[in-house]
Design a protein around this ligand. Structure first.
Ligand SMILES: [Zn+2]
Length: 424
């Protein structure tokens, strides 16, 4: 009973605080803070020691947003004159000196209390690492003619990065002359929906392997699906039974903070913009490009497959489809390639309803998967930011996101055989 009453009071307080003016008023009148429950009774006590804040900070344009990323802000939402996201305490304290106004802030513990309706227990439909591996194994076992399953490498903690190959003629690590497509999920730990979409795509293709369109792709293409690129980060995020908003991998950094941002660790203008050299930052680029076993595994996988033509990296959230450049504030210089990117983006967003744009129109961020894959290997590489308004949108979101994105992925398969035919 006491717990229920407490939860009720807490939620009333939190929703009032979220309204903004109440919080400001309380500050101005120096009202006593709401009584703090004992630490071990707080629903977010599992986050003790996490010094991040969830902040709203002024940002007028993409240049401001890039500067904020450089300053260590993990931009999660973009609004007209502001952005919202996580930042470590020490980095937040330096924003004013850089000319930014923090309009509101709350500790990650308070932020978590407000969002605790999203318990992993209520999200059992999502697949953790073990369930993801089991699902892939079952898909492979049920479709032995069409598939093979292998690991593209190990993570910091020694987990496998599993990859399902759909190709009836070549299996495992065998090379293929067929045009290839590579779908990846979960570069960022907390973006569990991206794992579901990649898994859903694998299940969809295999369930419809006898439909003429899908059969045609299975018989002419080499399709790879690696749903969980950062299994350590995904597991760490749910390890306590409650979400941690963990983005990075689980590397123990030189200053004992946890994690490198894998999507800033690729070797494309590494750590020049939109990434932080500070290990505590959520956008920490790592000590050097490809310092992490996860990104090295992806690099080696891609470099060993010159037949790769297209790549999709699923992230969440914002309902966006992004294409290079991310790390340069100019369009792709090769006009033919740029037109192919634009045409593919248009084709895919016709199915998802997401907004298609060049990645750096949001902000400049170097060292991501897509820039590297295109710059180093000429692959038409995209980032999808899935739908939703939170990293933890609940189980009901899975089917909707899968349905939309599977259609877009099938479209991508349709142009993987010859991307330049889109120019005709
Ligand atoms: Zn992401």
């Amino acid at each position: 009973m006491k717990i229920i009453l407490h939860a009720f009071l807490l939620s009333a307080f939190v929703s009032a605080a979220a309204a903004g003016p109440f919080e400001q008023l309380r500050g101005r009148l120096a009202l006593p803070a709401a009584p703090e429950p004992a630490l071990d009774a707080r629903p977010a006590s599992y986050l003790a020691g996490d010094d991040r804040y969830w902040i709203t900070v002024t940002a007028d344009d993409k240049y401001d947003r890039t500067t904020l990323l450089n300053a260590g802000l993990d931009i999660v939402e973009i609004r007209k004159d502001t952005v919202l996201g996580f930042i470590a305490r020490s980095e937040m304290d330096q924003l004013a000196a850089k000319g930014f106004i923090v309009k509101s802030r709350q500790t990650i513990q308070n932020y978590a209390e407000k969002h605790l309706k999203d318990f992993p227990a209520a999200d059992a439909a999502y697949h953790n690492f073990k369930e993801t591996a089991e699902t892939l194994r079952k898909l492979a076992a049920d479709n032995p003619r069409e598939t093979s399953l292998f690991s593209i490498g190990k993570t910091v903690e020694g987990r496998d990065i599993w990859c399902l190959r759909i190709n009836p003629s070549e299996k495992g690590l065998e090379p293929s002359a067929r045009p290839a497509a590579f779908f990846m999920g979960n570069h960022h730990g907390r973006e569990h929906l991206s794992n579901e979409v990649a898994l859903g795509l694998a299940a969809h293709l295999l369930a419809r392997k006898d439909e003429p369109e899908i059969r045609n792709y299975l018989d002419t293409l080499d399709i790879y699906i690696a749903p969980m690129t950062n299994p350590d980060g995904a597991e760490y995020d749910i390890q306590t039974g409650k979400y941690r908003w963990h983005r990075k991998n689980t590397r123990i950094n030189s200053d004992k903070t946890i994690g490198v941002d894998l999507n800033r660790n690729y070797d494309s203008l590494w750590c020049q913009a939109g990434a932080s050299h500070s290990p505590s930052a959520d956008t920490y680029c790592g000590p050097y490009a490809f310092s992490e076993p996860e990104t090295r595994a992806v690099k080696e996988f891609i470099e060993a497959r010159p037949n790769l033509k297209t790549l999709m990296s699923y992230h969440s959230y914002s309902s966006l489809l992004l294409y290079p450049w991310a790390g340069k504030d100019v369009p792709v210089e090769n006009e033919k390639d740029r037109k192919v990117f634009e045409a593919m983006a248009k084709g895919m967003t016709a199915f998802t309803g997401y907004r298609a744009q060049q990645s750096s129109d949001l902000y400049t961020a170097t060292g991501d998967t897509t820039d590297w894959a295109y710059a180093a290997r000429g692959i038409f590489a995209f980032t999808t930011e899935l739908e939703g308004t939170t990293f933890y949108p609940g189980a009901a979101m899975i089917d909707k996101a899968v349905a939309r994105n599977v259609k877009a992925a099938v479209y991508l398969l349709g142009v993987t055989g010859d991307p330049y035919k889109l120019l005709n």
